[in-house]
Write a protein that binds this ligand. Sequence first.
Ligand code: UD1
Ligand code: UDP
Length: 373
Amino acid sequence: MKINLIVFGTRPEAIKMAPLVKVFLADPKFITKVCVTAQHREMLDQVLEFFEITPDYDLNVMKPNQNLYSLTATIIEGMKPVLEEVNPDFVYVHGDTTTSMAVGIAAFYSGAKVCHVEAGLRTFDRKYPFPEEFNRQLTGKIADYHFAPTELSKANLLQENTKKESVIVTGNTVIDALLFGIDKVNSNHFKESEIENLKEILDFNNKIVLVTGHRRENHGQGLLNICSALKTIAENNPEVQIIYPVHLNPNVEKPVHELLTGFANIFLVKPLAYAAFIWLMEKSYLIITDSGGIQEEAPSLGKPVLVTRDTTERPEAVEEGTVLLVGTNTHKIIEETQKLISDSTYYNSMSMLHNPYGDGKATSRIVNYIKEL
Ligand code: UD1
Ligand code: UDP
């Protein structure tokens, strides 16, 4: 019997690994254990609760305002006893976080095969996004198997001389999670207090602009510029409602609350549970974000996205015209948002429904591949 160890630590990894956890746990051909580093705490627990996942191991590493040095070291050290006890054949890591990279290194030391889910996305600039591009490239060097979401991510890996037979195009599990999530949220018996709360604070007859942001390279001036743009957009469009679930990173939370509190049509809320967030995405008019996962989800919901970054490792939707890079230039953010609010032809051209990142079957492609080994 093959032994799997699936490891993740942050909110987006948890969302994108949840479908894989569910399918592997239900398959009697495998013994599957789940370990969370808890690089995130509250934001991870929200996801575990929604997908009803109880980890077998929890490293509980998160510290307030943690730094990359100690986070990396603590995760590598924390993984040693887990790897020794489980003695897995396969260790699954996801994407580009410090958890992915540090667990990848530890898994390599243990002698397990490293499976990289969401492999091959690239900006080819190691500083953007920081440190994620480096984390993903390094994890790609460590991995034995690369589950690439798109043909482009496969091409990126082949360009780096990755062995062709170790790269499998699967689609992104973010779409598997999204389809599962929408189904669950729309089912009759599903109740979520955060959704009820959103119904009370927002007027859905108005245009809703949904905002998120957390990238390290936007901390400081970039975030100040974004907030300044949001202020102007709110003042110029009193009928538009801006809702911003604020990331718990103190480098985000503090300036956003300082700059954006007190506006009648700006609503700052805590990070939303996944159910409430996808419900709100569906109800939104447009999304302003620097998030990777949201760039992937929005096209499946037909929502235009303005990305507050200069580069993206997810160019597929940019090429199709539903995602636009606006950077952190205040004027550009105001100008593009205003155009989407007032020009319906332009809005329609950006709200096309398409699925460049997957068809909801990525998980079964990954599981079938591992079964054949
Ligand atoms: C991390 C990932 C980033 C990913 C993002 C998703 C790295 C280096 N960064 O960035 O790639 O896109 O998660 O959101 O891997 N905090 C809490 N509670 C939580 C989560 C965070 O209080 O549940 C606060 C803590 O003070 C923590 C800080 O946020 O120290 C930063 O967390 P960290 O995971 O280091 O960075 P993120 O900006 O969340
Ligand atoms: N998300 C959520 N609640 C929120 C904001 C985002 O559940 O308040 C979900 C979102 O649907 C997506 C993921 O979190 O699946 C994105 O996480 P984040 O932006 O933190 O990280 P990134 O994708 O940029 O690594």
